[in-house]
Design a protein. Structure first.
Length: 242
């Protein structure tokens, strides 16, 4: 597999690896924020590290990485974490406080920087804010990151789509994401799933940097509200049939 590089917002690069091992095809995307202190969101798997590192080098030397982050502890999000730490001697893992407490101290080769809900990091030319989203899309420790300068929301597994997606689209993604949810059942349906997405919509993002599938630069606020309604309908249906 090879990893492609595309700039989806000013200074924000999508590093995308496609596989057809999953029915319909699937992309695994990491995102590099190119700033004075470069920031990588999602580590990818250990087996994919070399390809993604080569993709990073098309933008910046891997050794320049200062911050490494991900939405929750899972192989495609945190699997290559320690390989990145070894390759970038000045890098720190920065994650939500709960994830740092539950897993960071045991799994990371260097101490992690724990971020409180709403805490921001100044990257020099860019500013990223951590947002706690427990159990959304899944995992008690789940959280997302919002890059304030470009209004880019890194959505993690939310709004995942199958297929060899274009890097960036302004076409409907809620329909394809709903179809992917029918296939994978990956999102935790709780009373807070819909409200969490509506809270994210209040950020008024201009771009949604999506981990699986095309990123999106259409009407992000409406898209998040429509996704919230889809999850709420799924929860109501499940409650009626329980």
């Amino acid at each position: 597999m090879t990893t492609s590089v595309d700039e989806i917002s000013d200074g924000i690069f999508r590093l995308s690896t496609y596989t057809d091992d999953i029915p319909g095809g699937f992309t695994f995307n990491q995102f590099l924020v190119n700033a004075d202190e470069p920031f990588l969101f999602h580590c990818g798997t250990r087996s994919g590290f070399a390809d993604v590192a080569d993709a990073v080098r098309k933008v910046r030397p891997v050794e320049d990485l200062r911050w490494i982050s991900f939405g929750h502890w899972e192989a495609d999000e945190s699997g290559a974490m320690n390989q990145w730490l070894a390759a970038a001697p000045n890098a720190e893992v920065c994650i939500g406080a709960l994830g740092g407490m539950l897993s960071g101290g045991d799994q990371a080769d260097r101490p992690v920087r724990s971020l409180a809900d709403g805490e921001a990091l100044d990257l020099g030319g860019r500013r990223v804010r951590w947002i706690d989203t427990p159990h959304v899309p899944h995992g008690w420790d789940a959280g997302l990151v919002f890059e304030e300068t470009t209004a880019t929301l890194f959505t993690g597994d939310l709004l995942s789509q199958t297929g060899g997606a274009n890097p960036l689209t302004n076409s409907d993604i809620v329909g394809p994401a709903s179809a992917a949810e029918d296939m994978f059942h990956s999102t935790a349906l709780t009373p807070m799933t819909g409200p969490t997405l509506r809270r994210l919509a209040q950020l008024s993002p201009k771009t949604l940097a999506i981990m699986h599938g095309a990123s999106y630069n259409g009407d992000c606020v409406t898209t998040l509200h429509d996704a919230a309604a889809d999850y709420e309908a799924r929860l109501l249906s499940a409650m009626k049939t329980a």
